[in-house]
Write a protein that binds this ligand. Structure first.
Ligand SMILES: [Zn+2]
Length: 226
């Protein structure tokens, strides 16, 4: 449902950018950016692939800037796709590694106390190979449990990344979020840097150009956009 305020805002935006923006709402005219949004198909694709990162995509505008969508051109889709893929993998892998390590420690403990149930489950892939099983059984039974616990100590979980605003500013991508860790912060910096050499319209190699609004465009789109 589009109320009067939204309609006025959308009209202002259409005048400002010279083109319709569909059902996108902006609280304010895009004074500091070019007012372009990634198309709905690409927007939907990212939200479907990374539901945890874009969990706030459809919250109301008084709760998140993500309600405005991806405030940049289609050409940066791959950068955001790869960034989110790496972010989510890093978070999920930490959880999986901790679960695997906890399972290993529990298996060694129970094997050393005489119960081989968890051992047989852990090495089920070697069930038909008695020589291999014997090798691992020997290793597990002789293991120093203190050392095993130390090396397989659970690592701190990485807080889930939640996108708060994604936009173009001064010609490059800005990916504002909460959660993550130092490694993820580096990934975001890298992605933002890549946008400085990637055409915001088509994704080809581009460069940041001044004149009017600062934008990163390929030669072809620089002709028509700047
Ligand atoms: Zn281009």
């Amino acid at each position: 449902m589009e109320d009067d305020l939204h309609r006025v805002q959308r009209c202002l935006l259409n005048i400002w950018t010279g083109k319709p923006v569909g059902d996108r709402y902006l609280l304010l005219p895009p004074i500091f950016d070019n007012g372009e949004f990634m198309n709905k198909e690409l927007d939907d694709a990212l939200c479907a692939k990374y539901p945890k990162i874009f969990v706030e995509r459809n919250l109301p505008m008084n709760q998140t800037c993500m309600c405005w969508g991806f405030d940049h051109g289609d050409g940066w889709y791959n950068i955001i796709d790869m960034l989110c893929s790496n972010i989510q993998h890093t978070i999920d892998q930490r959880i999986e590694n901790n679960e695997r390590d906890a399972k290993y420690v529990a298996m060694v403990r129970s094997a050393q106390s005489g119960d081989l149930t968890l051992f047989n489950d852990y090495y089920h892939w070697a069930a038909n190979n008695e020589k291999t099983l014997e090798h691992y059984r020997d290793e597990v039974l002789k293991a120093d449990i203190g050392g095993v616990e130390f090396w397989r100590m659970p690592k701190e979980e990485i807080p889930q990344v939640v996108a708060e605003q994604i936009k173009e500013k001064y010609g490059t991508l800005r990916f504002y979020y909460r959660g993550g860790n130092e490694k993820i912060s580096g990934m975001v910096e890298m992605a933002e840097s890549m946008s400085g050499v990637t055409c915001e319209v088509c994704g080809s190699v581009g460069k940041t150009r001044g004149g009017g609004w600062v934008r990163t465009l390929c030669d072809e789109h620089a002709e028509s956009k700047v």
